[in-house]
Design a protein around this ligand. Structure first.
Ligand SMILES: [Zn+2]
Length: 384
């Protein structure tokens, strides 16, 4: 990026930080990093005594990227890392759309982020929060803060004193559990011999109220058996309504063979594997962020230099599942105008509750400020 473009962008970011005040609990205990056009983290080991000092520095330095540690330290600016004296860390999950492929099944949408990709990652984040953090781990909504990453994903942060001391191994166990690592059908469905019938057994297994994957598996099978179109993929026997009902009632009681399914092991194995795949897709966490308790990560409510959008915290009471970052995570105005020149073909993009037509390469065009900055940050336009 040319120097004038960098200066132009820094001015916009600086004007945002002169009035905005991003916050995070216990700023004085965290390590910060700032980045520019060349590197997302150019300087780290920064520390601030309070939020006001951080805000003043943001307005002055106008960084394109602001990262903060998940960890709390006694001396956050000390180096090397060991001298910081680690005191604990938030439990943070980073869920991102894979850059190499698009959830729509079409050509990769990167560097832009399409609706399909955002939808896919948002669904994963919702399941992480609802199925695991709330249902399974018993956390409360007040302890969980979700936000847009500013680019192609979502961050889910858990603020809970009891979890702060967890080390790398304990954090790995949490991720393994959430991703269903090592889960087998043999551990899920147990054959029980039937008295007097040496070659027969019944299958005992989880019910919908079982914790973790057992409950998810039972719910998924019941959901399939309840839909005539899907029930048939378990067994043609379940086409009959009475059979489907008996099958479902059995699973609700933990009996998986009330309606004997031919080749049950095979069918259920296949089902569990397909569920696991979609469940582990549910939580494509960037495990490093969760496992590495010294990692620094985009600070909530700062601008992401690769999009000009905010890494916006989803306000309490707003449903994560319906949060639309391209419309609700804007840092800049849709009323003010800026003129930019495109440097490649731009596909149609929706942003700020407007849909913009495709723009040909090399065209000078006046656009709403938020969209103009988005394109400059994506390195597909330059200011004129
Ligand atoms: Zn996509």
């Amino acid at each position: 990026m040319s120097l004038p473009t960098q200066v132009w962008l820094a001015e916009k970011f600086g004007s945002y930080y002169r009035t905005a005040q991003p916050n995070l609990p216990r700023i004085e205990k965290r390590e910060f990093g700032f980045g520019g056009w060349e590197r997302k983290i150019e300087f780290r080991h920064l520390a601030f005594p309070n939020a006001q000092a951080l805000w003043a520095r943001l307005a002055q330095d106008k960084p394109l990227y602001v990262s903060a540690s998940n960890a709390y330290y006694e001396f956050p600016d000390a180096r090397p890392m060991a001298r910081k004296n680690w005191q604990g860390a938030d439990l943070v999950f980073d869920l991102d759309a894979p850059g190499a492929k698009c959830a729509s099944g079409g050509a990769p949408c990167s560097p832009f982020t399409c609706e399909a990709c955002l939808h896919h990652v948002r669904e994963n984040a919702v399941r992480l929060v609802e199925d695991f953090l709330l249902s399974d781990f018993g956390l409360s909504r007040a302890e969980i803060r979700s936000g847009f990453s500013g680019s192609r994903g979502f961050h889910v942060r858990v603020f809970k004193k009891e979890l702060e001391p967890l080390g790398r191994e304990e954090r790995r166990e949490i991720v393994d559990y959430i991703e269903g690592a090592g889960l087998t059908l043999e551990r899920m469905l147990v054959p029980e011999p039937i008295a007097g019938h040496p070659n027969m057994h019944r299958l005992l297994g989880p019910t919908p109220s079982t914790g973790g994957y057992g409950g998810l598996f039972a719910k998924r099978v019941i959901e399939m058996a309840s839909s005539p179109e899907q029930a048939i993929t378990i067994s043609p026997k379940l086409k009959k309504k009475e059979n489907a009902e008996r099958f479902i009632a059995g699973i609700k009681a933990g009996r998986w063979s009330d309606v004997p399914i031919p080749h049950a092991q095979e069918v259920f194995h296949h089902l569990l594997e397909s569920l696991k795949l979609s469940v582990s897709n549910r939580v494509e966490t960037d495990a490093n962020v969760t496992l590495d308790p010294t990692k620094i990560l985009r600070m909530p409510d700062t601008i992401h230099g690769g999009s000009g959008l905010l890494a916006k915290t989803i306000p309490a009471g707003t449903d994560l599942g319906s949060f639309e970052p391209m419309h609700s995570a804007l840092a800049f105005s849709m009323d003010k105008k800026e003129t930019v020149q495109t440097t490649r073909h731009i596909p149609p993009i929706s942003l700020g509750n407007q849909t913009f037509d495709a723009i040909e390469s090399g065209k000078a065009i006046e656009l709403p400020q938020a969209y103009a900055i988005y394109l400059v940050c994506k390195k597909v336009a330059v200011p004129v």
